[in-house]
Design a protein around this ligand. Sequence first.
Ligand code: 5GP
Ligand code: MG
Length: 171
Amino acid sequence: MVSKLFDETEIARRVEELAREIAVAVAGDFAIVGLLTGSFVFVADLIRVLDRAGLAPRIEFMKLSSYGHGKESSGAPRLIGGAPEDVAGRRFLLVDDIVDTGRTLDYAKSLLAGKGAARVWTCALVDKPSRRKIDFAADFVGFTVDDVFIVGYGIDYAENYRHLPYIGIID
Ligand code: 5GP
Ligand code: MG
């Protein structure tokens, strides 16, 4: 059963605010790198608000190893597809659905930094600080939640629920 946590209106309002924050902090030329698959709806909404704020980021995606079909992370993330080309000297905003242990965004950030990115900011729609396993803080966070497993708005459980327009807790 899925119980609603953030409805469509709350998400739209928060994404709007977040995009305005990003527009101020990351002004200028940059590329968004969304982490597949969970961030695809968030990225799609975010870029349209960024456009209204006058920003024109390039949009790319990369895929890291994921949760598989369970609710627990499989440990060390690794790249399984779509690393951006021509990273050196460019500025990036990494976007993921959730920061949980922190390992995924931290790994993605060091990957881009290791290829010579000029600057890498990180953004997650949902943060679960109580689950952190490493010292990591995203630069932009939409919502903070406790230790709950969420779905919807692009976020899945065993590939289901991505279509939900809201974010809910599954039990
Ligand atoms: P981290 O590497 O920070 O532990 O995990 C981040 C990744 O774990 C996210 O990209 C997301 O795919 C997945 N994840 C973390 N918490 C949840 C959750 O509550 N629901 C779902 N579906 N995935 C989660
Ligand atoms: Mg993910």
